[in-house]
Design a protein around this ligand. Structure first.
Ligand SMILES: Nc1ncnc2c1ncn2[C@@H]1O[C@H](COP(=O)(O)OP(=O)(O)OP(=O)(O)O)[C@@H](O)[C@H]1O
Ligand SMILES: [Mg+2]
Length: 451
């Protein structure tokens, strides 16, 4: 019985290994040679083979390793010695087994990673080495994944390739939730929500909903809406698609753009109240781009009015395109919640409404820590009292706390802030029903502004 079990187990594992190999390879050729060859083509039946990419990354990391060593040894060795490395062949040793990787290109220019090893290593290579390479490659890929910031190109410049829809740059924004000044409870709530979303794959599948989440960020200028989007992207390691609606001419273009986004991304529409025609009707005279170009020397306001309609946008949120994408976050920002059409913001469309408001004392303490590296100060009491009755945006507080020449001056900065709060308080008392002045720089979202 023991023997039977052992044989059965052996056969089972042999079958498993075989199917594992077959999944990744074309075929094992040269059956009678002592060497086994496994091919990992770049494309399999016209579909990109992700194993190829993982191997590429793994070998890339390996050969730069080697190259460094090589360079080091060159320094030590005498001048006359010329070390040449065969770029196309990389040797790897795994659990005492030698394997060789080689990249081969066929007549059509298709590339294949070819793995060669001695037959006696078959079990180790197919049993664990290949999986090891895949895992290593993928983890290096994940580590190296650069976040991108995409902006849509004007549709005039589109050609037939998907690449022309969005242009991108590397996204390197330092914002984090830790340095974001807002009510700690609200911050926690947002973070938990993001975390639940990120891990929600099974859940969304179970309830039969597209794996998406919508956030509406609202609040006065300079309260951290754009900053929060950057913090979200950094937290989740997602890319950002900054969608400029005014560069789009129609709902179908909107759909094209959205279907060209990748998963694990945040789609952002800033100042939604300024960029979509909230009446839901298309304005005839802007239906045609050329007529606008030479006919209308319209005002700024008119030029900005977009041809994307409210219903087009709502369709998008409701997931008419849900078949073509998963794991996306959609963020709208606005300064004027009250201007938005109720249809746009009803629950279910935007899953969470996040208010970013004027600076509270709690928020101030975060800023004080960020900018001045302090947790407390004799002026804190006075500042707390001011903040209770004076509206000031975190951006304005931050401006006061920012050092003028990269030298931290705690007392001076806090004094500045207190002065400013005093003046504001006076002013706001005088204009108690008026709107406070906008703190300038509007429409310079963090993404457009910084780069
Ligand atoms: N809550 C905050 N925490 C930390 N820094 C903030 C916060 N709010 C604003 N700031 C600072 O002020 C600057 C402007 O903020 P941000 O662009 O995020 O404001 P906004 O809410 O997007 O404004 P707008 O409505 O004008 O787009 C940021 O670069 C950041 O340094
Ligand atoms: Mg902004």
């Amino acid at each position: 019985d023991h023997l039977k079990m052992a044989i059965k187990e052996f056969l089972l594992s042999a079958i498993q290994q075989l199917s594992f190999v077959q999944r990744f390879s074309d075929r094992i050729i040269n059956f009678f040679s002592p060497y086994v060859v496994i091919n990992f083509p770049e494309y399999e039946e016209y579909r990109f083979n992700h194993a190829f990419a993982a191997i590429d990354t793994y070998l890339g990391a390996k050969s730069t390793d080697k190259a460094q060593k090589l360079r080091a040894s060159q320094v030590k060795e005498s001048k006359g010695l010329v070390l040449k490395r065969d770029e196309t062949k990389v040797r790897d040793i795994y659990q005492g087994i030698n394997v060789w990787w080689e990249i081969v290109t066929d007549a059509e220019g298709d590339r294949t990673h070819r793995l060669t090893f001695h037959r006696r290593g078959l079990e180790i290579v197919t049993g664990s080495y290949i999986k090891y390479v895949m895992d290593e490659g993928k983890s290096i890929e994940a580590k190296n994944k650069k976040m991108k910031l995409f902006t849509n190109n004007p549709s005039l410049n589109w050609d037939s390739s998907k690449k022309s829809l969005w242009r991108h740059i590397d996204f390197e924004h330092p914002a984090s939730f830790q340095t974001l000044a807002m009510d700690p409870k609200k911050k926690e709530e947002v973070l938990n929500d993001l975390e639940a979303f990120r891990n929600g794959k099974e859940y969304y599948k179970k309830i039969g909903k597209a794996w998406k989440r919508g956030y509406l960020l609202y609040g006065p200028p300079g309260t951290g809406k754009s900053t929060m989007i950057a913090a979200m992207a950094n937290h989740l390691n997602y890319s950002i698609y900054d969608l400029e609606l005014t560069a789009i001419q129609s709902n179908s273009e909107l759909r094209k753009l959205l279907t060209a986004t990748s998963s694990k991304s945040i789609i952002v529409i800033e100042d939604i109240d300024c960029s979509v025609d909230l009446t839901g009707k298309r304005r005839k005279k802007y239906g045609d781009f050329s007529s606008k170009k030479d006919g209308e020397q319209g005002s700024e306001e008119q030029n900005r009015s977009s041809r994307v309609t409210l219903s087009g946008l709502l369709n998008f949120i409701d997931g008419i395109w849900s078949a073509c994408g998963q794991e996306r976050i959609i963020v709208f920002t606005t300064n004027h919640m009250e201007k938005l059409d109720p249809a746009l913001i009803r629950r279910g469309r935007m899953d969470m409404h996040i208010e970013l408001s004027y600076c509270s004392f709690e928020a101030f303490k975060v800023l004080a820590k960020n900018y001045l590296d302090i947790d407390t100060h004799p002026l804190f009491g006075e500042i707390e009292a001011f903040l209770k009755e004076t509206k000031i945006a975190p951006a304005d507080v931050a401006e006061k706390l920012m050092s003028k020449n990269h030298k931290i001056d705690v007392d001076g900065s806090l004094k500045d802030l207190v002065d400013s709060l005093e003046r504001r308080k006076e002013y706001q008392r005088g204009h108690s029903n008026g709107h406070e002045k906008k703190s300038g720089g509007k429409k310079l979202g963090i993404f457009r502004g910084l780069f």
